[in-house]
Design a protein around this ligand. Sequence first.
Ligand SMILES: NC(=O)c1ccc[n+]([C@@H]2O[C@H](COP(=O)([O-])OP(=O)(O)OC[C@H]3O[C@@H](n4cnc5c(N)ncnc54)[C@H](OP(=O)(O)O)[C@@H]3O)[C@@H](O)[C@H]2O)c1
Length: 253
Amino acid sequence: MYKPSTLLPKKVLILGASSAIAVATARKLAATGASFHLVGRSEAKLLAIACDLETRGAGAVSIHIMNLDYTPAHGEMLEIAVKRLGHIDFALIAHGVLGDQQKAQADYDRAERILLTNFLSPVSLSTWLANYFEGREAGSLGVISSVAGDRGRKSNYIYGTSKGALNIFLDGLRNRVDRRGVQVLTIRPGFVATPMTAHLKQGPLFAHPNQIADGILHAVAFRKDIVYLPPIWRPIMFLIRSIPESIFKRMNM
Ligand SMILES: NC(=O)c1ccc[n+]([C@@H]2O[C@H](COP(=O)([O-])OP(=O)(O)OC[C@H]3O[C@@H](n4cnc5c(N)ncnc54)[C@H](OP(=O)(O)O)[C@@H]3O)[C@@H](O)[C@H]2O)c1
């Protein structure tokens, strides 16, 4: 049976801690007394989140302000995180940008910036963290990818590429470190009602961040590998991937 207080991590690092999905996840962990190190680029947002988590029962909460696109500073930032927490049980990589597909398909510099934030930055962080967890022969790395990475579509293939490439990287990383006691969890949400999607018309497939947070924590507790959230997205994406390319290329998706 699922007993959150016994199966859930106690020392938690969150990269992109102002993400609505990350905040929902952190709140649930705070209620079990977890301690946090929060990393993000807005001091005002992180201070407010830290205060909120403490009110909800968190242990110690520390913050670190940085733009996670700056990969050369990742190592130093992560060493500080370990010092603040003592050790890390669970690291959640949550930052990301949707980007503007129309602009990115016309201008490579914009495409590159999306790939940097959504792919290269998580690759840099995951590399350091997986090596850290491997040294401890313990730990869980959760990375928020997307169902958009399952198949390229004309309406968002730059974002989709960043997440699809990330999925393949995480598959390989898991294959390397699983036998060393390290969990690598690929989190593939569908549509979630957060600031990232606030400009989109919300249909019945939109989930609340709390639903995604529950799914993430369940997957961490049971050491899952790849989780579609909500789970209905697994059969949906199976169907979408099954459409022959000769038909798919003429569809408007
Ligand atoms: N919402 C969806 O429908 C959906 C679906 C599938 C996957 N996802 C993924 O879920 C993750 C979380 O997104 P969300 O839905 O929770 O949206 P969100 O609330 O808009 O969160 C995005 C977060 O990314 C942070 N961020 C962006 N670029 C950054 C950078 N260079 N350095 C540091 N932080 C940066 C933002 O920081 P600021 O607060 O400073 O702007 C914000 O905290 C993303 O990886 C996203 O791709 C979302």
